[in-house]
Design a protein around this ligand. Structure first.
Ligand SMILES: NC(=O)C1=CN([C@@H]2O[C@H](COP(=O)(O)OP(=O)(O)OC[C@H]3O[C@@H](n4cnc5c(N)ncnc54)[C@H](O)[C@@H]3O)[C@@H](O)[C@H]2O)[C@@H](O)CC1
Ligand SMILES: Nc1ncnc2c1ncn2[C@@H]1O[C@H](COP(=O)(O)OP(=O)(O)OP(=O)(O)O)[C@@H](O)[C@H]1O
Ligand SMILES: [Mg+2]
Length: 323
């Protein structure tokens, strides 16, 4: 079984582009991802290709922030910081010496401790393994506010999406945010914003409307096909993965998106042929996660786990974006 580079489908809902440009957009979107990837040259210094922060990791969940942070590194970020609780920090450090781990999230001055680092971070991923402890959620809210003030791209996943479904105004209108809901998370967000249940006969319409209701930030609805929208367009990523749905796959997606969002944002619309850079980044991260899933499944079948997918990041990235 080989993973074909199936052409992405672009459903054009924008009036800013002519209809007959749509086919060209479809063919070129992988190329647009390639365009934003910084070339590896001897001229770059450590940190330039990405310093990514992951906010999450508590007593119950140490795997999720680890998967997100290690994936960010393996995609090509230079430094990956995890801001987690004291309990979780030693555990996460013991998984990997590559990660920089800050045991601050349950400290009384948590927000200040993270804020100190924000000027040095290119993007933040908020939510993997954060849990639902009220104090931690309050700290995460304040970190979202601080990140917005700095104008850095924010990827919101998992329990970060729980926060947004309780208080959408926190992120509404911040167009440098990307939300990555799974099925349940999407339903919660949709009902909170649209006051209606999800219309299962119109997934495209639902993702488009949710993005619009949130002020045109980027929404990635994960599933059998990933739907990515900025309220004007819907991109569909149906790149071949597998039928294995072990936990942690979404964490690979949010970690890789942390890097790609930074690269795409930095490269700007010139490199993405006028397309929203965050749509391009999201398409890249979805394709990559699915490609990792496909490769790991070929090796391990039913016993495949998220760690096996992490081992595939390098070859999957090369296959999709460097050939
Ligand atoms: N090893 C780890 O530490 C992991 C921790 N995780 C963390 O676990 C916490 C809770 O995440 P959950 O994703 O469980 O979120 P929720 O607590 O919102 O639960 C979602 C539920 O929906 C179900 N579901 C998912 N897709 C569905 C579908 N298509 N149809 C019907 N039901 C569906 C899931 O089985 C899950 O029970 C987060 O902090 C997350 O980051 C996960 O990321 C998985 C790995
Ligand atoms: N039915 C499916 N077929 C193929 N790929 C899928 C399917 N469902 C999800 N995926 C892919 O798996 C990845 C993670 O999506 P998923 O819905 O499992 O996230 P999640 O529930 O947040 O995961 P996590 O366990 O990390 O929290 C996405 O890249 C998505 O494309
Ligand atoms: Mg998840």
């Amino acid at each position: 079984m080989t993973a074909a580079l199936s052409p992405p489908i672009v459903i054009e809902r924008s009036f800013s582009l002519h209809r007959n440009h749509t086919l060209k957009d479809m063919e070129n979107i992988f190329q647009l991802v390639r365009n934003v990837i910084p070339p590896l040259t001897g001229k770059r210094h450590k940190g330039q290709d990405g310093r990514i922060g992951i906010v999450g990791g508590c007593r119950e969940y140490t795997g999720a922030p680890y998967f997100a942070a290690i994936t960010a590194l393996k995609v090509g970020a230079d430094l990956s910081h995890v801001f987690c609780t004291k309990d979780a920090a030693t555990v996460i450090k013991s998984y990997s010496p590559e990660l920089i781990v800050h045991p601050v999230l349950d400290s009384p001055n948590a927000v200040h401790e993270v804020d100190k680092w924000l000027p040095r971070l290119h993007s933040v991923v908020i939510g993997p393994g954060l849990g639902r402890d009220e104090a931690l959620l309050e700290n995460a809210k304040a970190i979202i506010e601080k990140s917005k003030l700095k104008g850095i791209p924010i990827i919101i996943d998992a329990d970060g999406l729980w926060i947004i479904s309780q208080q959408p105004s926190l992120i509404q209108g911040y167009q440098r945010a990307i939300l990555t809901p799974n099925y349940m998370e999407f339903s919660r967000l949709y009902e909170a914003m649209l006051r209606d249940p999800v219309d299962s006969s119109d997934h495209h319409g639902c993702v488009l409307r949710l993005s619009q209701a949130l002020g045109n930030l980027t929404v990635v609805q994960k599933g059998e096909r990933d739907l990515i929208s900025d309220g004007e367009k819907v991109l569909v990523c149906s790149h071949e993965g597998s039928s294995r749905r072990c936990g942690g796959q979404g964490d690979l997606l949010s970690g890789s998106l942390g890097v790609l969002a930074h690269w795409a944002f930095l490269a700007g619309a010139e490199k993405t042929n006028g397309q929203n850079p965050f749509l391009v980044a999201a398409f890249g991260a979805c394709s990559l996660t699915r490609q990792c899933n496909n490769q790991a499944f070929q090796k391990f079948g039913r016993s495949m786990t998220a760690s096996d997918m992490v081992s595939e990041v390098g070859t999957a990235f090369s296959k999709l974006f460097e050939t």
